[in-house]
Write a protein that binds this ligand. Structure first.
Ligand code: SF4
Length: 509
């Protein structure tokens, strides 16, 4: 072969220009390596889904006439290291040129770049042909500004790509953002969409992964595994979402319901982040649903904002701040994760449901991640690096470029407020308003002190009290600090004592 092309596990895009015409001089290489399974402890389903999707992709390429070399996790020639495998394969095929698509993780990008620079054959990086923006575009958009407001970038993207814009150049519906129409709790109606997810049986692959010694956590569900594993399944999933869930997505995007882990969420992030789907086709289909009168503007706009705005924005933040962003810790938080992050065995019903879903399905929806798990982690002062590793490992859609800014920036405020204008924390009242968790929780959402008091309540006030020097001048927190200052001293003391007691026994909550 003349050339090898490396395809990473999150580059499963059959529409990439590489695959327009089969070329007998080119071998496409996919590999399952311990380097990629082991850099963080992963959920079993995440390893399974990526390997199964990679295997499916290799099959698809072969059927289309392309040459493929697939290095399985148990292949005797597998050196379990990407560049060592590449060096061996280049020699084996006598190839003179290696190409790879631009990686989305800094770690992989650096690995390939530094290794590639010292080779005698030619090494070329090509575009992954997936995102709307280049790595540096968000940084160029914001320039020297200290705070990077997503909303400004999002409006720019709407205009630039003509998404939800009317012919006069104004946003459809006269507003850019319809969030205040959203945020409803869900109380059983409207009915949830039917479950149309594919079922895969991956017991054989799971056995191979286990025998290779790959460590993991969470339920492998190898016998009835649900994620879309190729573009055709991802397109069917997208269509099902648009038809049956998108109309209600907006109103209930912040709702939480025990035992209903999906509600009206799309769960398209795995298919998008592995590049089975292109963001623009998802955005255009959602827009078409609005134009056809099938879904309200508030739902469509809220959904599109996540993909056209937020997703591209966090990627830009990631590339502007790597390396180093992963160790940010502006609030100096250092507590280890309580043991029940790995079991779900806590009395707090909200945490039990959100962490339980995560361990069961390698998935929790946005508001569970942000306002239950992330909220608790921030209030309790958990080490943001450990929180980041947990999120990166547990979620099926978590690739570092998207997970890290969401966790370290938005959720844990560990970047000191680059992404979020204030820390996303709440006491029990928010969780109670948006969910049915508190009604059946052994803790009392109304009590702030005492054995039965909801842990979120005292932790909430303790968080603001202990970070007063850093946060009190934040204008978005003026009301919080006003309320704290008005709280009688003996109540302040009682709240802080309660918080100290809670923090001393986090494992037992
Ligand atoms: Fe969570 Fe507190 Fe509500 Fe229990 S009472 S579900 S711990 S917020």
């Amino acid at each position: 072969a003349r050339a090898l092309r490396l395809i990473l596990g999150d580059q499963l895009n059959p529409l990439h220009s590489w695959f327009e015409h089969p070329d007998p001089g080119v071998v496409h290489v996919l590999m399952e390596v311990r380097q990629e399974t082991d850099y963080v402890l992963h959920h079993a389903q995440k390893i399974l889904a990526i390997f199964a999707a990679m295997r499916d992709f290799a099959r698809h390429l072969r059927e289309a006439g392309h040459r493929v070399r697939y290095v399985a996790i148990d292949d005797p020639s597998n050196r379990q290291d990407m560049t060592q495998n590449l060096a061996a394969l280049m020699a084996h095929y006598g190839a003179r040129e290696l190409s790879y698509q631009q990686p989305d993780e800094w770690r992989v990008s650096e690995n390939l770049r530094t290794w590639g620079a010292s080779q005698t054959f030619s090494v070329r990086e090509v575009d992954s042909e997936h995102f709307y923006t280049s790595r540096d575009e968000v940084a160029e958009f914001f320039g020297p500004r200290r705070q990077w407001l997503m909303e400004a970038f999002y409006r720019h993207m709407r205009q630039r790509h003509g998404v939800l814009m009317d012919t006069s150049g104004a946003p459809m519906g006269g507003r850019w953002n319809f969030d205040h129409d959203n945020r409803e709790p869900w109380q059983g109606t409207p009915l949830l969409p039917p479950d149309a997810r594919p079922v895969h049986d991956h017991r054989g692959l799971w056995e191979t992964v286990r025998q290779a010694g790959v460590q993991s956590f969470g339920n492998p569900q190898a016998g009835e595994f649900h994620w879309p594993l190729n573009r055709a399944q991802a397109l069917a999933w997208l269509d099902h979402f648009i038809q049956s869930a998108l109309p209600n997505f907006g109103a209930y995007e912040d709702a939480m319901s025990a035992g209903n882990p999906r509600l009206f969420h799309s769960q398209l992030s795995f298919a998008l982040n592995t590049k089975m789907l292109h963001p623009d086709e998802v955005v255009r289909q959602a827009q078409a649903a609005y134009e056809a009168g099938h879904a309200p503007l508030a739902a469509v706009e809220g959904f599109i904002r996540q993909i056209l705005g937020w997703r591209e924005y966090v990627r830009g933040v990631y590339w502007a701040h790597m390396p180093g962003y992963e160790t940010r810790n502006a609030l100096g938080h250092a507590r280890p994760l309580p043991a029940w992050f790995w079991t779900g065995q806590t009395t707090m019903r909200c945490m039990r449901d959100a962490i339980g879903n995560s361990l069961e399905n390698a998935y929790a929806h946005h508001i569970q991640r942000l306002m239950v798990i992330g909220n608790f982690a921030l209030l309790a002062g958990l080490d943001p690096g450990a929180v980041h590793q947990w999120y990166l490992g547990v979620y099926i859609d978590a690739f570092e470029w998207v997970e890290l800014p969401n966790t370290v920036g938005m959720s844990q405020f560990a970047d000191g407020g680059l992404l979020g204008t204030k820390p996303y924390v709440s006491s029990a009242s928010y969780i109670d308003r948006m969910s049915d968790y508190c009604q059946a929780c052994p803790y009392d959402r109304k009590q702030r002190t005492g054995d039965r008091a909801c842990p979120f309540n005292a932790l909430y006030w303790d968080f603001f009290a202990r970070h007063q020097p850093l946060l009190q001048d934040n204008r978005r927190l003026a009301m919080v600090y006003q309320q704290w200052r008005k709280t009688p001293e003996h109540v302040q003391t009682a709240l802080r004592d309660q918080a100290a007691l809670t923090l001393s026994r986090l494992d037992d909550l």
